[in-house]
Structures are given as structure tokens and as C-alpha cells.
Write a protein that binds this ligand. Structure first.
Ligand code: CP3
Length: 343
């Protein structure tokens, strides 16, 4: 069985000898070959140049026996394509070129229809990747959720308190919805483009879904995600990653996603038991474990695998992105543990 078959079978909840494995942010700063490329270039240049983005995407697959490749890009290419660029703060975190303040700023964004052409380099990268991977590995596309993207656009970058986006949500719902509408339309076109260019699955990152009050999660985030999934081909594998949203997993399971990717605070086996049988789960080792030792990684990964023994529909992953401090030996131990395990 190829890695791609294993991945797609897990999305369909079919029983497997072992779960497929990939790692969020598997291409990135913990890899010396990534740091070497970045020393000669910049993140934005790497993302915008299909040959470089393809190379970076493939770097982790050359080193580790992973089952899926994920497009090297960023969720912030969507605000950028709508006219709000981004850069990195020296102290860490994202700076948007400006902050969206009111209705006029939102109306002045580019139309959603401009997105596929402005992001045509993403389609070019996916086509190159499909050619390189053949049908051996799964190829994942991705994007941010409308809510998570709106937090960056309204806050003007990374933030700790999310006050502006919440103020907009509570005090000016019409303007909030105008922004989320624009993002939803843009993401539908963007994901359709990724699927046409060869993506086997799409992961939607609702990384900030957990910062809105529980009763408002539906209006702030989930309803827009549901609309996006409904606009994609029926049965196409969409993975919904949301951080800090454990109370909402049941609602998320009915949003149309085929796979729910949960953070490390969840007991994965309990989530699996609670969900309908046609929804698979992905996760959820704490990324910090990869900063420790190979022995600890092997022990904790085995514990997670054993907790899922006998349950179909599991894609092994971390509960969030791997950190720059992760050790190569720990990734090797993770891969050896998953690929050597038999359920
Ligand atoms: O998983 C992968 O390997 C695919 C690549 C990927 C990146 N960003 C590359 C990247 C993916 C899937 C993302 C998604 C992303 N980007 C999210 C959602 C996932 C999540 O982590 O919750 C978010 C919130 C962003 C926005 C973003 N981009 C942040 C917060 C940062 C870190 C800024 C910092 O100061 O550390 C980025 C930059 C980024 N995106 C890097 C990579 C490899 C690091 C860039 C570098 O080399 O410095």
C-alpha cells in the first residue's frame, strides 16, 4: 500500500495496520537544510517561487518516511492577495502592513475573484509537487479559516488579547460579516484552485477558534467553515484543525469535514469515541515532546498509538506545529515508532 493510499484510507475511516503520519510545519526551522535555504533567501521569496517552495516541501520527505507532503506556504497569502501584505516582526510574530479599521477598509479590499490569479504561484507549486510525488505520497493543500485570518487582519498582526477582533464581532456585526464574507468567498476559490492543481486533501487551520466565547464559536468561526466545505466537491477530504476548541468537537464533526485535527489537550481516544464513525481524527502529540529525547518521544507516541488500538480513522500528527527547537533525532524516533507499530 502506498503512503497516499494509506492517507486517503484513514480519511475514509478504513481499518489500517498503522495510522498514516505527517507533522504540522514539517518543513521549517528545525531542519538545517531549511535554514540553509532561508539564509540565501527570505520566507516570502521562498513561498512565491514554485521551484523553491517545492524543494522546501520535499525536504522533510527526503529525511523521514512521512506519508504526506504539505504545500510550503502560509495562511497569510490570502490577506496579501486581498491587498493587505504581511511581514515578520524582529521580536517574533506577524506584522500586517496595516490594520483594518472599519467598513471602508474592508470594502477597499480586492475582490475575492482576484485571488486565484494573484496566487497562481501556489497552483504552480502544487502541480510541480504532484509531478514529483506521483501517486506515492498524499499532497495536502491548506488555508486559514475566515475567523483566524480575520484576527490577523483586524489586529494588524499577532496579538495576545484579540481585543479588536472581538470588539468588531460584538459592536459592529455588519462590518464583521462583510469581512468574513469576503474571506469565505476568497477561500472557496483558493481551495478549488488547489484541488484542481492536484491537492489530495485540504487542511483548514482555525488556529484561533479557541479565543472566542464558547456560545459565539458558531457565529464567529464555524458557520463560515461550513460554507466553505459545502462549496467544495462532495466527499473531498477536508481536515479541520482547531486549537483550544475541545468543547466544540461535536459541532465541528457536523460541519462537513472528513477529519478533525485536535490539539494535545484532548484525549484523542475519547474524542474518537464521541464522534460519529464517518469522521476521522488527526493528532495529537504535544509538539514540545519533540524537544526532549528520542526515548521519551517513542514512549509517548506508543502510548497514543495504544490508546487508539482497534479504532479506525486516525491520522497521526502533533497537536500543533513542530517548533524550531525540535530535535532531528526526536523526529526520527517518532517516524520509527509509528511506522514500526502494528494495530
Ligand atoms: O506545515 C507545513 O510545513 C506547511 C507550512 C505552513 C507554514 N505556515 C509555514 C511557515 C503552514 C501550514 C502554516 C500555517 C500558518 N501560518 C498558521 C496556521 C497554523 C498554526 O500554526 O496555527 C498560522 C497562524 C500562520 C501565521 C504564521 N506564519 C506565524 C504565526 C508564523 C511564525 C512567525 C514567527 O515569528 O515565528 C509564520 C511564519 C512561518 N510559516 C514559518 C513557516 C515555516 C517560519 C518562517 C521562518 O522561516 O522564519
Amino acid at each position: 500500500m502506498t503512503s497516499r493510499e494509506r492517507f486517503l484510507a484513514a480519511c475514509r475511516n478504513e481499518p489500517l495496520e498503522r495510522p498514516p503520519l505527517w507533522v504540522m510545519r514539517q518543513a521549517g526551522r528545525y531542519l538545517p537544510e531549511y535554514r540553509a535555504l532561508k539564509a540565501q533567501s527570505s520566507f516570502l521569496h521562498m513561498v512565491r517561487t514554485p521551484e523553491i517552495a517545492t524543494e522546501v516541501t520535499l525536504q522533510p520527505l527526503r529525511r523521514f518516511a512521512l506519508d504526506a507532503a504539505i504545500l510550503f506556504s502560509d495562511i497569510l497569502v490570502i490577506p496579501e492577495a486581498l491587498g493587505q501584505g504581511y511581514s515578520f516582526r524582529d521580536a517574533g510574530g506577524i506584522a500586517m502592513d496595516r490594520r483594518l479599521e472599519g467598513r471602508a477598509d474592508i470594502e477597499n479590499l480586492a475582490p475575492a475573484a482576484a485571488v486565484p490569479e494573484r496566487l497562481d504561484y501556489v497552483a504552480a507549486t502544487l502541480r510541480l509537487l504532484r509531478r514529483e510525488l506521483g501517486d506515492r505520497h498524499a499532497l495536502l493543500g491548506f488555508g486559514g479559516s475566515p475567523w483566524t485570518l480575520a484576527t490577523y487582519m483586524v489586529e494588524g498582526g499577532s496579538t495576545d488579547d484579540f481585543e479588536r477582533i472581538k470588539e468588531l464581532f460584538y459592536a459592529d456585526r455588519g462590518t464583521f460579516e462583510a469581512l468574513l464574507e469576503r474571506l469565505t468567498e476568497a477561500l472557496i476559490l483558493y481551495f478549488r484552485m488547489q484541488i484542481a492543481a492536484g491537492a489530495d486533501a485540504i487542511q483548514i487551520f482555525d488556529s484561533w477558534g479557541g479565543i472566542i466565547a464558547g456560545p459565539d464559536y458558531e457565529a464567529a468561526s464555524l458557520r463560515w467553515i461550513r460554507r466553505i466545505i459545502a462549496a467544495l466537491p462532495a466527499e473531498f477530504p477536508v481536515i479541520l484543525y482547531a486549537k483550544g476548541t475541545a468543547p466544540h468537537v461535536t459541532d465541528q464533526a457536523f460541519a462537513g469535514a472528513r477529519v478533525l485535527s485536535v490539539d494535545w489537550t484532548c484525549d484523542l481516544a475519547a474524542v474518537r469515541r464521541a464522534l460519529p464513525g464517518n469522521v476521522a481524527v488527526q493528532g495529537n502529540l504535544d509538539p514540545v515532546l519533540l524537544n526532549t529525547t528520542p526515548g521519551i518521544v517513542a514512549r509517548e507516541a506508543t502510548r497514543l498509538l495504544e490508546s487508539m488500538r482497534g479504532r479506525a480513522g486516525h491520522i497521526f500528527n502533533l497537536g500543533h506545529g513542530i517548533t524550531p527547537r525540535a530535535r532531528i533525532e526526536c523526529m526520527e524516533a517518532l517516524v520509527a515508532t509509528i511506522t514500526g507499530w502494528r494495530g
